[in-house]
Design a protein around this ligand. Structure first.
Ligand code: SF4
Length: 243
């Protein structure tokens, strides 16, 4: 498939979601994939909200890209921050860098800083859109373009599920899309500053996320599996495990 046909297919899907699932929202961490989707949503003025989760630990390069995106496209980015009381209690009880001590504490930190704010961001939405790709890691090998997210009881669309790394970067370069400066310093996947490092050539694209954990644990809870594709009956969703 040509690059133009690939992009047209993604645009058609975004247009359909915007028209049939209003209000729909694009979840952006301002990674390369999210910038492809942001570029299409903004340039085509699609009726899709763009939101991000400001965990309080984001790199300054990500904060700078949020501002560049606002300036470049004139879009509103809805920013969700952790609940102040929950964050205060977590830091009081476990310290500000508890994530190094165990997988459980790392997940607890992600729950306070990411998962709970995500639930607030998705409240009232009829669908959400992400930049997940199957090629990103072993934990994302089953990502489908269209799924049902039983955790949030919402359709979930991953328009770039079958895109390669080259497909993403070809789009960014062809359209002069701004991207995170850390990508040029060996960071293919960017999250919170203390939990992200650069990767070596040939390493898994998400090897730099929580690098002290086993590869199979490397999700923050935002994209819990299993999900159904394309739609999960209500009774199956209700029976789905919480994590
Ligand atoms: S990525 Fe690290 S700092 Fe960010 S929420 Fe998760 S554990 Fe906390």
């Amino acid at each position: 498939m040509s690059a133009a046909a690939r992009t047209d297919a993604v645009l058609a899907l975004l247009q359909r979601v915007g028209a049939t699932h209003a209000p729909a929202a694009l979840a952006s961490s301002f990674g390369a994939e999210d910038m492809v989707l942001t570029d299409l949503v903004a340039r085509h003025a699609l009726p899709i909200r763009i939101f991000t989760l400001d965990t309080g630990r984001l790199p300054e390069e990500t904060q700078a890209l949020i501002e560049r995106t606002r300036e470049r496209y004139g879009v509103t980015v809805d920013v969700y921050v952790p609940d102040a009381g929950a964050l205060q209690r977590f830091v009081r009880d476990h310290g500000v860098d508890a994530f190094h001590r165990s997988v459980e504490l790392r997940r607890a930190c992600c729950a306070v800083r990411k998962t709970e704010p995500l639930a607030r961001a998705l409240a009232g939405k009829r669908a959400w859109i992400t930049g997940l790709r199957r090629a990103q890691s072993v934990t994302r090998g089953e990502v489908a373009v269209e799924e049902f997210d039983g955790v949030h009881a919402l359709p979930k669309f991953n328009p770039l599920a079958d895109w390669s790394d080259d497909d993403v970067w070809s789009h960014l370069r062809a359209h002069g899309v701004p991207y995170n400066a850390l990508h040029d310093r060996g960071y293919p996947s960017i999250g919170c500053a203390p939990c992200t490092r650069a990767v070596a050539p040939g390493e898994d694209l998400r090897a730099g996320r929580w690098w002290w954990e086993d590869a199979g644990h490397k999700e923050c809870g935002l994209h819990r599996r299993p999900l159904a594709s394309p739609a999960r009956p209500a009774e199956r969703a209700a029976a789905e495990p919480a994590s």
